[in-house]
Design a protein around this ligand. Sequence first.
Ligand code: 13P
Ligand code: SF4
Length: 326
Amino acid sequence: MDDQNIKLRDKTNSNSPLGVKGLISEITRLKTEKNAVIMAHYYQMGDIQDIADVVGDSLALAQQAAKTDANIIVLCGVHFMGETAKILSPTKKVLVPDLNAGCSLADSCPADAFAAFTAAHPDYTVISYVNTTAAVKALTDVVVTSTNAKKIVDSFPKDAKLIFGPDRNLGNYINSITGRDMLLWDGACHVHEQFSVEKLVELKAEHPDSLILAHPECKRPLLLMADFIGSTQALLNYTINSDATSFLVATESGILHEMQKKNPDKEFIPVPPNDSTCACNECNFMRLNTLEKLYKCLLNETPEILVDEEVRLKAVKPILRMLEMS
Ligand code: 13P
Ligand code: SF4
């Protein structure tokens, strides 16, 4: 890491007397001492992605959590990702740097209301996006992520009665590409719903050769403009394999860190949200995690994610079913 980067990062962790260099060396020391693994979602800030042992999308983090031999998993992401890791690895200690890192999409699907919805359709198979609480997963037949949703939905007979929750945009998109008519839960992610079609039209006019990349949690009008639609990992892979050199990216802007790292000579422009003067779109929950909180969390082994055992035993089945089908 060069001095310029360290200076920039010192700003974002200015409250720590250790400074960025000190935080990095302490995190590295504690990680080895405690046999911990640090996992980070692509939407984390760049400095957290850089120090993580594993960086990935929701599917990759679940896969890694299921097979790690570390004693401690520090999940730098949001609460449901920590829960998924704990459900898959119940004997490990699972920590998250900030317990307030929730998810508007998971919050849009309360377990009691979802239970009433599924009970009203007893002959339906319930497919839930991984962005849900453990209690919702416990009501689910098979979990999906945006990486494997199409494949898993396609594995059911064409006339199967399917419920898909909680993301209405992902559900609509999967319906459109699989020819299904799944019953959808009416939930959404506040970050992905905020991207502005008007601003994207303007950006495209300014950068006519740029390709538009969009996450399927975005609304349909924006998806209709996209050259490629995919999960965070699929978007990243696309930038690596494409001959194009400039991309307009409609997903949380944390992914630009890895896109730029993997493609140093290509240009990445974040699509802005509707109601902001900011040029990018950040998940306020994901951004609660900082290098300093990561250090304190490893040092004190808190906050810890705990899942009620009865709920865990129900929730683990649809997650394992997803991992087998992925
Ligand atoms: P993926 O990691 O599956 O692309 O999901 C994006 C997301 O919204 C995670 O919170
Ligand atoms: Fe949840 Fe959206 Fe943030 Fe992902 S980006 S964690 S779906 S609120």
